[in-house]
Design a protein around this ligand. Structure first.
Ligand code: SF4
Ligand code: SF4
Length: 369
């Protein structure tokens, strides 16, 4: 088999580089792909019916097709910084609602933007994912149609472990006809949805704002990751920040714990080890925290015109307040992004591991300098 799934299998699925985003599953016109808790399954040999179909291979965030084209949209943004990519503005922000801030402990920025988007009619719905327990891999999806303020507390402590989010987005679009949908997820989800958009997939016509969380990596198993943390006296639920220095720095409450990278690396998903996008370079808006940001605040990176419209409206109508980003924090984002990228390169070029580099790697390297 030399067409779509054959290439996807060879490049991504067999070398264990799939991060279970669900883009291939949602794009497949004959439902030949199924994502389960830990695997990407080819349910039947689609090549017999569609010998020229390549959509599953094209929309995967870890393959090269359409990636450079998708990134062109961002290159007109006035600024670009190593590790951050292109953007129009970067600042700190927090929700103006104290209850949201209290629950999120990180400013509730993505939540405030989603509420602003739905309440002002800029979008009809927002899609996010939520883990209910440690066995939830991939993370079950939580739909908000429409998302109203009353529902917010249930979505605020969200986990963005690998989740078939692209499929969830697609289900929302199919289930709710004309709804324009905002989407909150991880950098690889942003890339997948941009590629669906470039492919001209029907569901992408209803794509509203893409809001990305910062993402260092995701674990193979949440349960093992939680055990590793609790052996160090850290409760997964209490983790506020994870930063990358020479070691991993996990901040919970007022304590910062150092974990050697070597202890964590075996627990990281293979596809994440070669991922070099820390902030979500393909999003409209990126939100995240690094060391140096006060509790209750997040970093807000605006990348597109429509992202700017949403943020401006949220500020104007009192959903969000913002402040200048301290230069030291900007440097810290770049430093972490640089370290993530360096580790990804090392992983790709580590010939002895015999891992096939994801074909997106070299293009990503140009997109996120
Ligand atoms: S990363 Fe996403 S698109 Fe790529 S193979 Fe896995 S589920 Fe499919
Ligand atoms: S590290 Fe990259 S591939 Fe892994 S979950 Fe995060 S954004 Fe996705």
């Amino acid at each position: 088999m030399v067409n779509g799934y054959g290439n996807l299998k060879h490049e991504i699925v067999d070398p264990d580089l799939c991060t279970l985003c669900g883009a291939c599953e949602s794009a497949c016109p004959v439902n030949a792909i199924g994502i389960t808790a830990d695997r990407n399954h080819h349910l039947f040999d689609c090549s017999e019916n569609f010998d020229s179909c390549s959509i599953c291979h094209e929309v995967c965030p870890h393959t090269s097709p359409n990636l450079e084209e998708a990134f062109k949209e961002f290159s007109s943004a006035p600024y670009s910084l190593p590790g951050i990519g292109h953007f129009t503005s970067i600042k700190t922000a927090r929700s103006n609602f104290e209850d949201i801030r209290h629950i999120t402990r990180s400013g509730g920025v993505a939540a405030a933007l989603s509420v602003c988007g739905t309440e002002t009619g800029m979008v009809d719905a927002a899609v996010s994912s939520e883990a209910k327990n440690l066995d939830d891999m991939p993370t079950p999806l939580k739909f908000k149609i429409p998302m109203v303020t009353d529902y917010l507390p249930s979505m605020l402590k969200v986990e963005f472990h690998p989740a078939a989010v692209a499929k969830a987005y697609d289900s929302v679009v199919k289930g709710y006809a004309q709804a324009r949908v905002a989407f909150i997820g991880l950098p690889c989800h942003m890339t997948a949805l941009r590629k669906l958009q470039l492919f001209g997939h029907k569901s992408s016509e209803q794509l509203g704002f893409l809001i990305s969380r910062f993402c260092l990596w995701n674990p193979q198993s949440r349960r093992n990751f939680s055990s590793l943390l609790s052996a160090k006296g850290i409760q997964l639920d209490a983790v506020d920040e994870i930063n990358l220095d020479d070691s991993i720095k996990v901040k919970s409450d007022i304590n910062v714990h150092d974990i050697p990278l070597s202890e964590l690396w075996g627990n990281i998903r293979e596809g994440c080890k070669t991922c070099m996008d820390f902030t979500g370079a393909f999003s409209d808006i990126s939100v995240g925290r690094v060391e140096g940001i006060s509790r209750d605040w997040s970093i807000l990176i605006v990348r597109t015109k429509q992202g700017e419209e949403l943020v401006n409206r949220a500020e104007r109508e009192g959903y969000l307040e913002s402040a200048n980003l301290p230069h030291a924090v900007e440097e810290e984002i770049q430093a972490i992004a640089g370290r993530k990228k360096a580790l990804a390169k090392q992983e790709v070029y580590e010939v002895k591991r015999g891992i096939l580099a994801p074909s997106a790697f070299e293009i990503m390297e140009r997109c996120i300098p």
